[in-house]
Design a protein around this ligand. Structure first.
Ligand SMILES: [Zn+2]
Length: 296
C-alpha cells in the first residue's frame, strides 16, 4: 500500500483526526541515513508526526519543523514538513544502536533521551513563525508530541506513532500514526468515546504491516465514531535543498571564513544533512561568491 494520509472528522464534526501510513517514507529515511533499528523507529515516528502536521499546511512557502533534543546518544532529531506533504529528517548519530528494552521493544526513549525538550516551529508564511516548546516526557516521541499539543498549543490530543521492523533484517514492515484532536466546544462525552477506543489504536501499525487498508482500520477503530473522510494525501520523503541554498550557507559563513577556505582548501564540498546530496564548489566559484558578497 502506498503512503497515505487521511484527514477527517469524528462524532458530528466535533473532533478532527489525521491518520498516516508511511512505510515507504520511513524506509527512504532509513536508506538515506543508514539508520540503526532504534534510529529508524525514532526518526520514523517523528517523520510520521511531522507529515500529519504538514498535511494541514496551505501555502507552498509554509513549513513545520520539529526538533527533539533529548540529550540521548542519538543526538538531535530534526524533521521538516512542507505542503504536499513532503518531509525530510536527520538524526545526530543515525547509526547508533542500543539493545532492546526488557519487553523486547526498541529503546527509542533511550536513543532520544528525555532530559531535554521538543521544539516545534510553524512557519505559516506570516511575519513571524510560531515557536512552541515543551519538556520531553519519555523520549518515545508520541507521548512527547501529546505533551507538546497540550502544554504549548492548549490542544489536548491523542497521538499514536508506530514503526514496525523485521527483527532480523531491520526492514520496515509498517509505519503508522494517528492524531486525534477535539475541536473547540467538543462535548466531553465525545472525547470520552475516543479515549475508550485508545486501547485498540496501538494495533494500527501491525494491521498496516499485515496489509489492511488505512481507511478500513480507521473505520474499525471508531465503530460508532460517525467517521467522515475529508482529504487524502500522499506523503513523500523529499528534500528541497539546492545549489542556491548551499551558496547562501557559504555566504553566511562571512567574508573572512570564506577567504580562509579559498586560501587553505582552494575548494569546498558541502553535503545536505537531510538527503546527503553533495555540492562541490571550485576555487573560482568560491571567489565569485566572495565578489558577490562584497557587492551585497
Ligand atoms: Zn537535501
Amino acid at each position: 500500500m502506498n503512503d497515505t494520509i487521511l484527514q477527517g472528522l469524528l462524532k458530528q464534526n466535533t473532533i478532527r483526526f489525521a491518520a498516516v501510513t508511511g512505510r515507504e517514507l520511513v524506509a527512504e529515511a532509513q536508506r538515506i541515513h543508514g539508520l540503526s533499528r532504534t534510529a529508524t523507529a525514532a526518526l520514523g515516528r517523528e517523520l510520521l508526526m511531522v507529515a500529519m502536521m504538514a498535511s494541514q499546511l496551505k501555502n507552498d512557502t509554509d513549513s513545520v519543523s520539529a526538533i527533539l533534543s533529548g540529550g540521548g546518544p542519538g543526538g538531535n532529531l530534526v524533521c521538516v514538513g512542507r505542503k504536499g506533504p513532503y518531509v525530510k529528517g536527520c538524526a545526530g548519530d543515525p547509526g547508533y544502536e542500543l539493545p532492546p528494552k526488557e519487553n523486547g521493544k526498541l529503546d527509542v526513549g533511550g536513543y532520544v533521551g528525555k532530559s531535554g525538550k521538543l521544539t516545534v516551529v510553524r512557519d505559516l508564511s506570516l511575519k513571524e513563525p510560531y515557536v512552541g516548546m515543551c519538556h520531553l516526557v519519555s523520549g518515545e516521541v508520541a507521548e512527547d508530541f501529546a505533551e507538546y499539543f497540550t502544554a504549548s498549543e492548549q490542544q489536548p490530543s491523542l497521538v499514536y506513532l508506530g514503526v514496525r521492523l523485521e527483527p532480523l533484517s531491520g526492514q520496515v514492515l509498517g509505519a503508522g500514526g494517528l492524531l486525534v484532536q477535539p475541536l473547540p466546544d467538543c462535548p466531553a462525552e465525545n472525547v470520552d468515546y475516543v479515549m475508550a477506543q485508545a486501547e485498540a489504536i496501538p494495533h494500527l501499525t501491525r494491521r498496516l504491516s499485515e496489509g489492511e487498508g488505512l481507511k478500513d482500520i480507521v473505520l474499525d477503530l471508531f465503530p460508532e465514531g460517525d467517521v467522515s473522510f475529508t482529504e487524502e494525501l500522499s506523503p513523500t520523503y523529499r528534500c528541497d535543498c539546492s545549489r542556491e541554498r548551499m551558496e547562501r550557507a557559504l555566504m553566511s559563513l562571512g567574508r573572512d571564513e570564506l577567504h580562509t577556505i579559498i586560501e587553505e582548501d582552494g575548494q569546498a564540498e558541502l553535503s545536505c544533512h537531510f538527503c546527503n546530496s553533495r555540492y562541490a564548489f571550485t576555487k573560482a566559484e568560491l571567489e565569485s561568491l566572495l565578489q558577490e558578497g562584497a557587492g551585497a
